[in-house]
Design a protein around this ligand. Structure first.
Ligand code: NAD
Ligand code: USQ
Length: 395
């Protein structure tokens, strides 16, 4: 298939581009390199030495003979360049990773809130409008988040996108309906993903755009089979207080002897997926598009849940790392339970990689190899959700 990958220079997008190219798909990456510029803004870096796009693509061609094209386009603001590219490449599918994805970054200041809203909502809307204007029947696959649901239920499993409800009419009749699961965002970033859902529902209803929305959990790991082919293909590894996600941060912290930074009591339960499963899920979504008149297809893209405390204990047991319970900079529930339905991907043959599969030591090895690149000053999370959180801060 001809596939455009928006955000194909990023942590999830780059390995997905390589994986799908290795499977024979014709891949074009679109990215405005904003994530690399944010590293400059934050004076932070990927722990792993990621190469410029030109070197990445030249290496891929050299090692596999396969060509991946690249266009530097800001999809949130260069509408006509995006539209022209859709018309010229007539893709079967567009995979949309191109959003500002860090909750702490989105909460740093009014500037960061406004940037995240502007970038994410306009990127998604421009893509939808351009698909309609192009007149091409393109399957849009979007990377959403488990965070659209909030993290908790009343004991039931969080369904895949839609909730069955029963309503009582004024005449006393009982009516069954299915609605989008109520949105409950925990940050400005997560708020943009809940808004994306409404845009998909609208364009699907009004214009028949075929959409698959993947509600993904926290991605851990860094390398895939393809990024391992050559050092110059290495994937990024975020460890800083804004972009580093919890499990990868703990593993890196353990390697350098930095006490594991558990926020609060660590009772927050979250959903996880390994990067190697992320790329497989994208392939499954690509190969199973919704039919023309189907509603938006929603998959929960996660394979296991853990509390933050539990993760810290697993890492500590394996490495001897100390655990530090620190004041939580976020405004989030101190503890929650999380049960998630993920039968759709399992039904399509996904065989999940879990924390027990030994890949934790693979990440420890990478963190050890590149530990000299770590800037200790960038580890603390200093983005506070509100005034109260900032006042209670110890940093
Ligand atoms: P990332 O920041 O590494 O990658 C995003 C890429 O999109 C970057 O290369 C960036 O330069 C590009 N981009 C952003 N705005 C753009 C714009 N306006 N025009 C063109 N390119 C733009 O993030 P990631 O971790 O790869 O996440 C990709 C997607 O998956 C995001 O939408 C994120 O919300 C979602 N997701 C990520 C995780 C995770 O744990 N990393 C979990 C769940 C969902
Ligand atoms: N946490 C710590 N210590 C740390 C870092 C985080 O205790 O050093 C805690 C946080 O307070 C939070 C949990 O770990 O309770 C998860 O934080 P995270 O930074 O690992 O993940 P999150 O902010 O939820 O965001 C990440 C991705 C985002 C994606 C989301 C999926 O950055 O793009 O949408 O995971 S989900 O969490 O399922 O909503």
């Amino acid at each position: 298939m001809r596939v455009l990958i928006l955000g194909g220079d990023g942590f999830c997008g780059w390995p997905t581009a390589l994986y799908l190219s290795s499977k024979g798909h014709d891949i074009t990456i679109i990215d405005n390199l904003s994530r690399r510029n944010i590293d400059n803004e934050l004076e932070s870096n990927s722990l792993t030495p990621i190469q410029p796009m030109g070197i990445r693509l030249k290496t891929w061609k050299e090692k596999t003979g396969k060509n991946i094209k690249f266009y530097n386009i800001d999809v949130a603001h260069n509408y006509h360049r995006l539209l022209t590219l859709l018309k010229e490449t007539t893709p079967d599918a567009v995979i949309h990773f191109a959003e500002q994805r860090a909750a702490p970054y989105s909460m740093k200041s009014s500037f960061h809130k406004r940037y995240t809203i502007d970038n994410n909502l306009n990127a998604t809307h421009n893509l939808l409008a351009a698909i309609v204007e192009s007149g091409i029947d393109i399957h849009l696959i979007h990377l959403g988040t488990m965070g659209v649901y909030g993290y908790g239920t009343s004991g039931m499993k969080i369904p895949e996108g839609y909730l069955k409800i029963k309503l009582e009419t004024d005449q006393g009749l009982s009516v069954e309906k299915e609605i989008l699961y109520p949105a409950n965002p925990g940050s400005i970033y997560h708020l943009t993903k809940t808004q994306d859902q409404l845009m998909f529902a609208y364009y699907n209803k009004n214009d028949g755009v075929r959409v698959t929305d993947l509600h993904q959990g926290i991605v851990w790991g860094t390398q895939t089979q393809e990024t391992l082919i050559d050092d110059r293909l290495i994937n990024r590894f975020d460890y800083d207080g804004d972009y580093g996600t919890v499990l990868n941060r703990f593993l890196m912290q353990a390697v350098i002897g930095y006490p594991l930074t558990v926020h609060g009591s660590g009772g927050q339960t979250r959903a996880f997926i390994h990067i190697k499963d992320t790329v497989k899920c994208l392939e499954i979504a690509l190969n199973n598009p919704p039919n023309k008149n189907d509603r938006v297809e929603i998959f929960n893209q996660m394979t296991e849940t853990h509390t933050v405390k539990n993760l810290a204990e697993i890492v500590s047991k394996q490495t001897g790392a100390k655990i530090a319970y620190i004041q939580n900079p976020r405004n989030e529930a101190a503890e929650n339970e999380l049960y998630v339905e993920n039968n759709k991907f399992l039904g399509h043959g996904l065989n999940p990689i879990t924390l027990n599969d030994g890949l934790v030591s693979e990440i420890i090895d990478i963190a050890r190899k590149y530990s000299n690149n770590c800037n200790l000053e960038k580890i603390p999370c200093i983005s506070y959700w509100n005034k109260k959180q900032a006042e209670g801060a110890t940093h």
